[in-house]
Ligand binder design. Structure first.
Ligand SMILES: Nc1ncnc2c1ncn2[C@@H]1O[C@H](COP(=O)(O)OP(=O)(O)OP(=O)(O)O)[C@@H](O)[C@H]1O
Ligand SMILES: [Mg+2]
Length: 384
């Protein structure tokens, strides 16, 4: 699939902007603080109805404006469509082909995106919360029903925590707690199963990629971690039984502490390189390779699940990678995915993918399409 064009209105530092993209590689060049990341973020929001940088949607609206809007024209094998997201103080509105979607889970997935940014290193070395967010966002892209189940789960969890708190302070009848526990378990099983499946798929693709980037030196393994289950996937009955047993055992403890102590909202996944946890023992370079492998694996996973390649957004990552990893990444892009990348300069990047790219200059919330070629910019001599 590809994004043919976008239109931004009052989005961060963009008053209004219209752009058409090349179906291959697009490079956004600009100095710091000009709006490169803002533009990538807008595309991310268009696809996922959420920013990767903030959980406060209000920040996306241009200062002093009422509402921000991002529109896009998307080409897929089955046909073209338009999509649109509007953010105002009243909330979010999402439209597909001008039709408002009541549930965001009906909207997300129309455009698939893989974003790779320097902060993705935190997926490897950051807190479990960051990894859960990664899982939730990425699974949601390929199976929208997951987002629906997740929001149901979080709703029940909230209710259950409120009740536990009340019981811890004042005591009372526990019948309703048992009802909520049962509802929560049913949803938890679905969520954990989907996460297991996703992790297994991701590992299938990430392992050979990681081996390639590390020149055959490193074997990457992904492990889903839950207090209730091991990594071998149990069936629905088995999982339900384990949860039921677990919650039966800790019920008194939960009531005393006034909070839910187990469940997918506390799970995590681990990355091992050559048998050692890369989060704890990996070097900076190994952690970066692991993060890159995960992202490149996602491209393949989405292709497998959706039948088309996603759009790849790269924020300032080329300069962070050594030559070998840079080449690996650029080779992948060149072959199959539409890419939009940001950089402060294309100097020193001699790869064909960049040489043939469409260049955009970003300056103070405006974009000037650069007609001059890469060769003129970097002053390379041509034989023509
Ligand atoms: N809601 C907003 N309204 C108006 N301007 C905003 C808003 N949010 C952020 N900005 C401005 O957008 C500017 C550009 O941000 P952006 O992160 O896109 O820069 P960048 O080109 O990616 O820079 P860098 O190379 O440093 O990463 C910021 O300096 C900030 O002042
Ligand atoms: Mg930036």
């Amino acid at each position: 699939m590809r994004l043919d064009s976008v239109r931004l209105s009052h989005y961060r530092n963009y008053e209004s902007l219209e752009l058409s993209f090349s179906e291959k590689t697009n490079v956004l060049i600009g100095e710091n603080a000009q709006g490169k990341t803002n533009l990538l973020e807008a595309i991310y929001v268009l696809a996922l109805a959420k920013s990767h940088r903030t959980t406060h949607d209000k920040e996306l609206i241009q200062w002093d404006a009422e509402a921000a809007r991002v529109e896009g024209r998307v080409h897929k094998r089955r046909g073209d469509h338009s999509q649109e997201i509007t953010i105002s103080s009243r909330g979010k509105k999402a439209k597909l082909n001008h039709l408002e979607q009541r549930r965001l889970s009906d909207y997300v997935g129309a455009l698939n995106i893989v974003l790779f940014a320097p902060e993705d290193l935190h997926i490897v070395k950051g807190s479990p919360q960051i990894r859960r967010r990664f899982l939730d966002m990425e699974i949601g892209q390929v199976s929208p029903v997951y987002l629906h189940e997740l929001s149901q789960y979080l709703k029940v969890l909230k209710q259950r925590n409120a009740l536990l708190k009340q019981l811890s302070m004042k005591g009372g009848d526990e019948t309703f707690l048992d009802v909520l526990t049962e509802q929560m378990i049913t949803l938890a099983v679905k969520i954990v199963q989907r996460r297991h499946h996703f992790i297994a798929q991701l590992e299938k693709w990430a392992r050979p990629i990681h081996e390639g980037i590390s020149r055959g030196q490193e074997k990457l393994v992904l492990i889903y971690r839950s207090d209730t289950f091991s990594n071998d996937l149990l069936d629905v009955e088995g999982m339900t039984a384990s949860y039921t047993q677990k919650f039966g055992k800790i019920k008194e403890n939960e009531i005393r502490r006034g909070v839910t102590l187990f469940g997918p909202h506390r799970d995590d996944f681990e990355m091992e390189v050559n048998g050692r946890n890369v989060q704890t023992y990996g070097s900076q370079g190994q952690q970066r390779t692991a993060a890159l492998s995960l992202k490149l694996a996602e491209i393949e996973l989405i292709h497998e699940e959706v039948g088309e390649y996603p759009l790849l957004l790269l924020d300032d990552v080329l300069s962070e990678l050594d030559d070998h990893r840079q080449t690996h990444l650029l080779d992948t892009m060149q072959q199959k995915v539409q890419t939009i990348l940001t950089t402060t300069s294309v100097d020193g990047i001699a790869h064909e993918t960049i040489k043939q790219a469409k260049l955009f200059h970003v300056k103070q919330g405006a974009v000037i399409l650069e007609e001059t070629s890469y060769k003129e910019i970097v002053g390379e001599k041509t034989d023509e």
